[in-house]
Design a protein around this ligand. Structure first.
Ligand SMILES: [Zn+2]
Length: 346
């Protein structure tokens, strides 16, 4: 009971903080859930005392020993699409046969949902950035990471690779429901195996210097269907926050030398493209509705009642039933037919 009260009080506090935040936003920009930053959950390895069921079987409340709690998804119950079966390979670093060719100019990825399942790999100034380095492509970012430091999963997902892989050393790759994959390289120890479901913040191994590495650090990559992009588009490592719940992606992010750039005009651009996207979606819905109506109209057939016709003779002629004829024409089985009356038969 005390636990329940604690949770209710926590929820009330969280809600009022949310409402205040919303007010502040309304003063400047219109409130946009997708553009909000997300704080790291910082639950790295915190032992938990208990879990409670919620009304939703895919969501549990986890109570930590230090009196805090959080909502946790059971990712295996949330996911039902093919992301976790198609191009699923527990050995090959990039199982997608080729880099995606027809990446749209811009599109969006929901990075986390309302359960805030995000944990920063390490809140620190990155040591080595994304892009070419001494003529060699660097597909991720290097974060200072003392050997033996626990490495958390950044988001909920399923472990695809847990192997020793050449230059990566001990490598863990996690695939997430939105098609993103996160890579954790040079680990001194791996604590998960391929196929394991993990929540953001779960410890997947320990930092180290295995593979092609000149000192302890975490090599962290983000890929979308096999294509690497600078993780800084997603995460502000110095503050530890996820920049946005909804990542707006441009095709040029996948250029191997394209580092994150902070664009002050970005917000305006995003508002504008949001509006374009909305109008395009409306236009598309209208087109589809019109096409459906046309197809329906094309499928309609009529019969003009002649002398001697009955509902059952018409039904026989068109291989349908009296009941269906009545439904299509809004008449009763006992209705009297008039000669010359048009009846819809299909
Ligand atoms: Zn690296």
């Amino acid at each position: 009971m005390r636990r329940l009260l604690m949770i209710l009080a926590g929820l009330a506090a969280a809600f009022s903080a949310f409402a205040q935040d919303e007010d502040r936003q309304a003063d400047s920009l219109r409130y946009r859930f997708g553009r909000q930053t997300v704080q790291s959950s910082n639950k790295k390895g915190t032992p938990y005392a208990d879990t409670l069921d919620t009304g939703n079987p895919a969501v549990k409340v986890v109570l930590y020993n230090n009196g805090t709690y959080r909502y946790v998804k059971d990712p295996s119950m949330v996911v039902e699409d093919s992301v976790f079966t198609a191009f699923w390979d527990t050995k090959t670093v990039n199982p997608y046969r080729e880099e995606p060719k027809d990446i749209p100019d811009r599109f969006s990825i929901w990075v986390v949902d309302s359960l805030d399942s995000y944990c920063c790999p390490n809140q620190v100034k990155p040591r080595s950035l994304y892009g070419y380095r001494h003529g060699r492509r660097h597909q991720g970012i290097d974060l200072p990471y003392p050997t033996g430091t626990p490495v958390p999963a950044t988001f909920d997902g399923k472990v695809r690779i847990s192997e020793y892989v050449g230059g990566y050393g001990n490598l863990v790759v996690i695939r997430h429901a939105n098609g993103l994959e996160t890579f954790y390289g040079h680990l001194s120890r791996r604590d998960v195996k391929a196929g394991d479901w993990v929540n953001a913040g779960d410890i997947i191994g320990l930092g180290g210097s295995t593979g092609r590495s000149t000192g302890p650090h975490l090599h962290f990559e983000t890929r979308y269907y096999g294509a690497a992009f600078d993780p800084q588009w997603l995460i502000d490592f110095e503050t530890g926050t996820l920049r946005h719940r909804l990542l707006k992606v441009r095709s040029w992010y996948f250029n191997p030398n394209q580092r994150y750039v902070q664009n002050v005009d970005d917000e305006d651009e995003i508002f504008r493209t949001d509006e374009e996207d909305r109008l395009a979606a409306e236009e598309q819905a209208k087109k589809e509705a019109a096409a459906r109506a046309a197809a329906e109209a094309a499928a309609m057939r009529y019969h003009t009642v002649r002398s001697g016709d009955t509902l059952s003779s018409i039904a026989r002629k068109y291989h349908t039933s009296v009941r269906e004829l009545c439904r299509l024409n809004g008449i009763k089985e006992s209705s009297i037919l008039r000669i010359g009356q048009r009846l819809r038969v299909r």
